[in-house]
Design a protein around this ligand. Structure first.
Ligand SMILES: [Zn+2]
Length: 1010
């Protein structure tokens, strides 16, 4: 049974069952666990292989040891063609499982509106009957398949159809009313203003299709991103995603438990299509890229099986002699087990004698179920010395702390030091972070060490040796020729030296309060960090709060802010300084990478293009605070330092992707060093949030009777100092009929590959922003036109824009891409543009999805049960609404999260009662709220607990960035402009509304087809 105490308790605002002791217990159980995980631990006594309820029947297999997917549906050894057909039965099962979801939701919502909750008081009552549109959920009785991201073969209206959209039925109005009604011009708030006028000065020519009659189309008929997430989310609360059943993976932005049946889980790998055309011509007829996204160190969700770690001793893992692919579930054993045929290059290898095992008459090794490398898609091998470039050691973390005047004055120095302490050590008295002996748990694995350097125009090294009473500082004044003045004591065990480190980090702000050098010398500091880490490799975490204008590599104001037509001078996308390029290259060679924490001085110029080059090139990350405000942003900074330090991190990495004969790699997209084409990718550091895109071309024709195989192999050193290879194995079927392939397209992967390609080309070629936007638009039209031309029957009237079922939200995501800071029209600072352009190149598909289309959840009209666990212990998350101002209700309050920041937006007429319930006594007007709040207070009210629970759930869906709340009060806070930017269905960010965009695409499709 569910443990309700894991959620925040109910408050007094709601009269529920008074006999239920759980309904009014203490507020805020601090530990929230994602619903699925908790559920399983309780059901199965917390054994490490906990799986979701759907797997109950197979549960006993895992209790004893190595999990066996043998009984899982659709699993088998590499199979002849005939078996593949059966596997396609699975999606229909999925469809039937998903049927019925969503409907009651709409019904319940109607009911909830009748309740007059104290906290849900509206100044203005929503129009009757709006709940469906508001919630974005289908009304009862709507055919389910129209809303499902499921097998298209059961969709109404033809096998491959999504919902036909008829843009011309929106009429000729400049403001297509249903989706984007004109805003009341009276007292327009910034958000309203921006939403209304976003592109007015640019004056884009909306493409209007001549009206051809027909009935009214509800704005809800255009494909909804919120529904495309919420419906599968409901399904995956109660079901796992079995990876071998070959339907398309769940949307990347939702929570799901994957069950690895031999095919790598979508968290690690996503193919743009899971059924691949046999020929180049087939692929061309789809207009889509053939690509693979690999996020090799992606974090697992509670409830998922740990990645098996396998040790083959001095021999290392068995590999194909010809193509060097690693042993995997799809290699076929022949000749009684004495040969194994490579699934990638078909070479028949001799099985090493120590690895020999007899096979069944069907050719399956009898020990297969005991061998994770033969039944799991993602595995790790420890590797012997031949794989070392240097002796692996625990990861050395070197913190470089900016102690200049600006850092001190704006509170950034103090916040950064506090953040490091919070990242390294659990606070005293936090029992959740104690081990069985009552000792604080290690945040860093044993073997990992930390070191500290501060810098302004000088560089200061610190010895934090545990034998010292106080840290010792050594100044290295010669920035022209940096060296490391300490031979020992720089890198220490954070637990042995806890007292010294705590003393250092708490005293630094005071120490530098009187010195106040204005100019930092960053490049020399990076060079000395490299010198300190050259022998071992490691990770640098560096703060900076003003343009580094001192010493070698000093930077100057390159961006004069004049960007005609919004275009940046191409030189502003990259560094022009050879010293910065050189240090980045040397770092990669040494297995070093950098994460930067950049706080721009009052939003001023930092030359992110130059500084961020070092982090991106080495595989690190830039955390950028364009307008850091101490007090408001400390929590985010602190959480992000903690995330950096505690997320899965590897270093000194090499990566290689292999594919079946007939295919070849055409490009890699991401950050790495590749000396020659075809060579392994060299990566300084890699972490859980980084994804690399790979695109493929044909060097022959594939055999539709066989499957296509892919294997990515990441050789790296773990933070605990072990050299390993992480292998992800992916399989796709092959078809002579491209029409079949369209049914198995993964739109998250498609959008990710296109985004990475566009960002790479903008950052490294002469292509302009305008051309980039044109290319993205043409690509979108091309995909839809190819589908129309090649895969639809002639029965569709020309007035219909027809979208493939699996690409229903593709157009909206592409519009999101045109509107993001990396590519949007209009003026943007080069720092922000370049920062977000690089982010696109390294993001995983889940984080990208939210970035392109934020999740917007109304919190002013929650049903009483929202934000609390249901009978199965799953948190009931209210449906998200479309990101459009037309969906905003008077008096409404909304959480809007794009994965990078989360705003809590308040309508100017928000009810005082609601504010008090959310923020506490005395906070009864918008003006009374603290604009620097970054979280909600812990109160005993029902609404407060609901929203905090929803926030806890949203946190579990985040990627690299910490989840804190920023207030955006209508007519008060500047963050309202950001809110308006995030309403991506509206006309804003110098681009069209969603409806206008579809009309534009439709016109383009008609031109191409005719
Ligand atoms: Zn091979």
């Amino acid at each position: 049974m569910a443990d309700y105490s894991m959620y925040h308790a109910l408050g007094q605002g709601e009269q529920l069952d008074p006999n239920d002791p759980n309904s009014r217990t203490q507020p805020a159980a601090p530990q929230f666990a994602p619903p699925i995980a908790q559920q399983q631990q309780q059901q199965y006594g917390g054994h490490p292989y906990g799986a979701s309820p759907q797997l109950q029947g197979q549960q006993q297999q895992y209790m004893g040891g190595v999990p066996s997917p043998a009984a899982a549906p659709g699993y088998g050894p590499p199979q002849p063609h005939g078996q593949g057909q059966e596997q396609y039965g699975a999606p229909q099962d999925l469809t039937s499982q998903m049927a019925g979801l969503g409907i009651q939701d709409a019904a319940q919502h109607t009911a909830r509106r009748k309740k007059k909750d104290r906290h849900a008081f509206h100044t203005v009552e929503a129009p009757a009957g709006s709940s469906q549109a508001f919630n974005g959920m289908p009304p009862a009785g709507t055919p389910q398949t129209a809303f499902l991201n499921a097998d298209p073969s059961v969709a109404a209206g033809g096998q491959f159809l999504g919902q036909p959209v008829t843009p011309n039925q929106f009429g000729n109005s400049q403001f297509p009313a249903p989706v984007n009604p004109p805003f009341n011009p009276a007292a327009a708030s910034p958000a309203e203003f921006a939403a209304r006028n976003g592109s007015a000065d640019q004056g884009p020519q909306a493409a209007y299709v001549p009206a051809s009659g027909g009935g009214q189309v509800s704005p809800d008929d255009i494909p909804s991103v919120p529904i495309s997430r919420d419906v599968p989310q409901q399904h995956f609360l109660n079901n796992v995603y079995p990876t071998f059943e070959r339907h398309v993976p769940p949307p990347a932005s939702i929570s799901y438990v994957a069950f690895d049946q031999g095919n790598s889980a979508p968290k690690f790998t996503r193919l743009t299509m899971n059924n691949i055309p046999a020929s180049k011509e087939g692929l061309n007829s789809m207009g889509l890229p053939l690509g693979l996204l690999v996020q090799p160190l992606a974090k697992l969700q509670p409830g998922e099986l740990e990645i098996p770690l396998l040790d083959f001793g001095d021999q290392g893992p068995p590999r194909c002699r010809r193509c060097r692919a690693y042993i995997n579930p799809f290699m076929m054993f022949r000749s009684g087990g004495s040969k194994f045929v490579c699934n990638l290059c078909t070479y028949p290898n001799d099985t090493p004698s120590e690895y020999f095992c007899a096979t069944t008459p069907q050719g399956v090794r009898v020990d297969r179920d005991q061998r994770p490398e033969l039944c799991r898609g993602t595995v790790e091998f420890t590797v012997p010395k031949e794989y070392y470039t240097k002796e692996p050691v625990g990861l050395n973390w070197l913190f470089l702390i900016d102690v200049t005047q600006e850092a001190f004055n704006k509170g950034f120095l103090e916040a950064f030091c506090e953040g490091i302490l919070a990242a390294l050590y659990a606070p005293d008295g936090d029992d959740d972070e104690k081990d069985e002996n009552g000792e604080s748990k290690r945040r860093l694995p044993p073997g990992a060490k930390v070191g500290f350097v501060t810098y302004d125009k000088d560089i200061h090294f610190y010895s934090c040796h545990p034998s010292l009473e106080q840290p010792q500082m050594l100044v290295m004044p010669d920035v022209e020729d940096p060296f490391v003045p300490l031979s020992t004591g720089l890198f220490v065990d954070p637990h042995e030296s806890r007292a010294v480190i705590t003393s250092l980090l708490t005293r630094l702000p005071t120490l530098f309060s009187s010195i106040k050098n204005p100019e930092p010398a960053l490049l020399p500091t990076l060079n000395s960090a490299l010198a300190a880490l050259e022998k071992t490799g490691g990770k640098v975490v560096c703060s900076l709060s003003s343009l580094p204008t001192w010493g070698p590599g000093r930077l100057f104001m390159r961006d004069d802010g004049k960007h005609p037509g919004g275009e940046l001078d191409k030189k502003l996308y990259n560094t022009e300084h050879p010293g910065w390029k050189k240090v980045a290259e040397k770092m990669v060679a040494a297995g070093v990478g950098v994460d930067f924490f950049l706080a721009a001085p009052s939003g001023g110029y930092l030359d992110v293009a130059t500084i961020g080059h070092v982090s991106s090139f080495t595989g690190g990350e830039t955390f950028y605070y364009p307008n850091f405000v101490a007090g408001r942003d400390n929590a985010k900074l602190s959480l992000e330092i903690k995330h950096t330090v505690t997320r899965e991190t590897g270093y000194q990495a090499l990566m290689k992707v292999r594919c079946s004969n007939g295919l070849q790699i055409s490009n890699y997209h991401g950050f790495f060093q590749q000396h020659t084409f075809g060579a392994d990718l060299e990566i300084g550091v890699i972490d859980a949030d980084k994804a690399i895109g790979v695109t493929f071309g044909y060097d022959g024709k594939l055999d539709a009777k066989l499957d296509a195989h892919f294997q990515s192999a990441l050789l790296y050193t773990t933070a605990s100092g072990q050299r390993r290879v992480r292998c992800c194995n992916v399989i796709a079927s092959v078809s002579d009929v491209a029409r079949e392939c369209v049914k198995f397209v993964d739109q998250d992967a498609v959008v990710s590959i296109l985004a990475k390609e566009a960002a790479t080309s903008l950052g490294s070629t002469s292509v302009t922003l305008k051309e980039t936007r044109q290319q993205l638009t043409e690509k979108t039209i091309d995909v839809l036109a190819s589908y129309r031309k090649n895969f639809t029957s002639q029965s569709h009237p020309p007035g219909q824009l027809v979208m493939p079922e699996k690409l229903k939200e593709f157009s909206m995501y592409m519009l999101g891409l045109l509107k993001c800071r990396a590519f949007k029209g209009g003026n943007e600072s080069s720092d922000r543009r370049v920062h977000e352009m690089r982010m696109l190149r390294s993001l995983g598909p889940g984080e990208l999805s939210l970035y392109l289309y934020p999740r917007m959840i109304p919190v002013h009209n929650l049903a009483p049960e929202d934000g609390f666990p249901d009978e199965n212990g799953h948190l009931k998350v209210p449906p998200a609404i479309r990101a459009s101002f037309s969906r905003v209700e008077a008096g409404g309050v909304y959480l809007v999260d794009n994965g990078q920041q989360c705003l809590l937006w308040f309508h100017s007429q928000t009810s005082p009662n609601l504010l008090v319930d959310l923020f506490g006594d005395g906070k009864d007007s918008l003006k009374a709220l603290d604009p620097y709040s970054s979280s909600l207070p812990v109160l005993e009210t029902h609404l407060n607990a609901q929203v905090r629970n929803i926030v806890e759930f949203l946190k579990t869906l985040r990627g690299s960035k910490a989840f804190t709340i920023q207030l955006a009060r209508q007519g008060i806070d500047g963050a309202e402009y950001e809110f308006a930017r995030m309403l991506v269905e509206d006309r804003n960010n110098e681009a069209q509304s969603y409806v206008d965009w579809l009309v534009h695409l439709h016109k383009g499709v008609q031109l191409e087809v005719s």
